[in-house]
Design a binder for this molecule. Sequence first.
Ligand SMILES: [Zn+2]
Length: 238
Amino acid sequence: MKKFRHRTLLGACAILLSVAFTAGVCLYALAQTAAASPRMTIVIDAGHGGIDGGVVGRQTGVKESDLNLALSRTLQARFEEAGFLVVQTRPTEAGLYGAATQGYKRRDMQRRAEIIRESAPAAVISVHQNFFSLSSRRGAQVFFREGNERSRTLACAIQTALNAMPECVHPADALRGDYYVLNCSDYASVIVECGFLSNAADEALLVTEAYRARLADTICAGTLAYLAAASSGEGAFG
Ligand SMILES: [Zn+2]
C-alpha cells in the first residue's frame, strides 16, 4: 500500500515536472503573471544563525548557518528576478533571539513563525544542511508537513527538480517531517536539506558559489513549477 502511494506520488511529480519543463521559458512568464498585482511573497528561512551555527563541515569546518545564508541570498535574487516579493526571516548572520540567554532557540523559532504569518506567503522555503553519523550518506532531502497537501506538493516538486541535477547520486522521495517551521503555519512550507556536511563530496560542492547558484536555480524552478500548476488549477492544491 505504501509502495502504491509512493508510485502515485512519483507519477504526480513526473506529470508536474513535465508540465513545468515543457513550458520552458514560459514558466517564468506564467509565474510573473501569477505574481503580478498583488505580487506573491516567498519567505526564505535561512536556518540557524548567531550562536547557533548548526552542523559543521567535516572537511572544511564550514558552518551550516553561513551556507544557509549564502544560499538564501542567492535564492532571494532568483525569486526577485522572477517577479516575486521575498522576505528573509534571517537576512544577516545574527540569530533572531535577541539576547543570547536561556530560551534563545525558542525565541528564535517564534520570531521566524511571526515573520511567516505576517508575510502571508505563497511558499516558505527553509534552507538547511544535513549531517549523519554515516559519512557515505549524501544528497538533497526535502521535508513537508504531513496532512498539508500544498506543503507535500511543493516538497515533491522541489525534490524532483533536485533529483534531476547531475550531481544527484541517489534520487530521494520528499519526506514528511515534524518540524516547527513546517507546523507553525498552514502555508505551503518545506525544509530543503541541501546536502550532508558529513559527506566529503557533498561538502566540496556546497562550499562553492557555483554549486549553490545551481542549487538556487533548481529550488526556484521546482517552486515555480508548483506555483504554475497551482495557479492553473491542476491537481489537488486547494
Ligand atoms: Zn539545520
